[in-house]
Design a protein around this ligand. Sequence first.
Ligand SMILES: Cc1cc2nc3c(=O)[nH]c(=O)nc-3n(C[C@H](O)[C@H](O)[C@H](O)COP(=O)(O)OP(=O)(O)OC[C@H]3O[C@@H](n4cnc5c(N)ncnc54)[C@H](O)[C@@H]3O)c2cc1C
Length: 471
Amino acid sequence: MTGALAADLSRLIGSGSVSADRQQIERYSGDALGVYRAFRAAPRMEAKAKVVVWPTCTEHVSSILKYAQSSRVAVVPYGGGTGVMGAAAPVHDCIILNLQRMNTVLDVDSRDMSARLQPGVVLEDAYAAFRGQGLLMGHDPWSRPIATVGGAISTNGMGYLAAKYGSMGEQVLGMEAVLPDGEVVRSSGVPKPSYGPSLNSLLIGTEGTLGVVTEATLRAFPLPEKQVIRGFDFPDFESGFNAVAQLYAEGVRPAMVDYGEEFWPEGGDTKDGATLFLAFQGFREDVDAHLARSLDICGRFYGRLGDQKETEKFWETRHASAERYRQQVLLSDRPSEARRNRSSYRMDYLHVALPTSQVLNYRKKCQGIFQHHRVVVREWSLWARPEFFSFLILREDDAAANEDPPDMADVVDQVLRLAQQMGGSMEYCHGVGLKLAHLMTDEPGIGLKAAQAIKKALDPNLILNPGKQMG
Ligand SMILES: Cc1cc2nc3c(=O)[nH]c(=O)nc-3n(C[C@H](O)[C@H](O)[C@H](O)COP(=O)(O)OP(=O)(O)OC[C@H]3O[C@@H](n4cnc5c(N)ncnc54)[C@H](O)[C@@H]3O)c2cc1C
């Protein structure tokens, strides 16, 4: 069966673009979600793909999907394999649709302030191409060196500059995509379409379940004439949180907001209080005015300017975790083992969105849940906006206590459900994937039933990335 599938696909797109080799399949089976951190989704991560294909053009993608639809074979799109929710994890007997060879920057236009790119362009290369034309790309995640344009659109990722430029989805002006039945469709690359639902909103953040992005037209911004970055130390989390909320209340728009309080008692980076990093970019007068008002607001909430060298080091090393991931996993001979070893059933890093007025109350309720379950918090943080609230948690395993350790899956579900109940969303950064699919029923939005109806209309045989966010 594998041989027949590979032979059929080779006839469609050429034998050099198809592999049924076990090592190749293993390399592209799964993203950065290690099995231990998958909790309830762990058993579904056992699924094995049958074949990997590397289309080099839109027609290839279209013929693969037409073939898959008629022969009822599942297809899982794969970009850089850096997602953290298992959205690119294989399903049983699937074709892995690896988009890495569609990696051309087609055009960067400084008059239209936009760029057209194929989906497999790595964000770092996109960033460099924008820069080459005196332009800035607005999406700058930790994973810039390793994630792709198509993956970032499909997860609607967030980056360091999201405070000013928005999420990856907000960068998208237009796109070309292949629908699950193989039909090629395009949206225009102008800022406002005439009607809804737009192709862009169908594909942004839907994790490759409704179509495959084969080209994207992204916004470009002027390279900033001036950039400044400042660090502020606050006595406690609440003071800094209130300062960030006040920045927004007074209309201050930093390019970056990165705020956190860390606790690493075994000798990590812990220091008393919390640190806020703010960056400002733009033309000189605008930057100076935003900085002046921010200094005033932070001062009102007991923020004091921090060490400037540390602040600059923070900015310069912001992509270091991606470089480590590249070395430890992507370049490893045994990537799936490396992914598993990096994950832990004791730890999780959660990123919820809440109305600003609910964040501190939510944090307090979470503290109660964590105390009850002997889970400790290593970090509370905000990214980009006061609404985007993250926390890194660790289960305490105290052998001497002679008690069963708490179930991390339960604790994680409790706090994510709490965010939904308090008017928020369970994830603002990484999507849903396999890991959080079981919580979709209560996620506010269009509603799971309506989303599934759209999925069924576009993909009647449910072949495109099945079992992910829409179930
Ligand atoms: C060290 C590290 C740091 C990270 N930092 C950040 C961060 O700062 N911000 C952030 O948002 N995320 C971050 N992530 C998560 C990850 O980088 C993002 O989710 C990223 O957007 C995924 O891109 P990718 O190309 O790797 O996609 P993949 O993981 O390959 O795929 C992600 C999803 O998109 C689908 N997909 C891929 N390409 C296409 C396409 N062309 N058409 C349709 N569907 C497609 C896949 O099927 C899957 O559902 C980080 C991950 C790591 C390992």
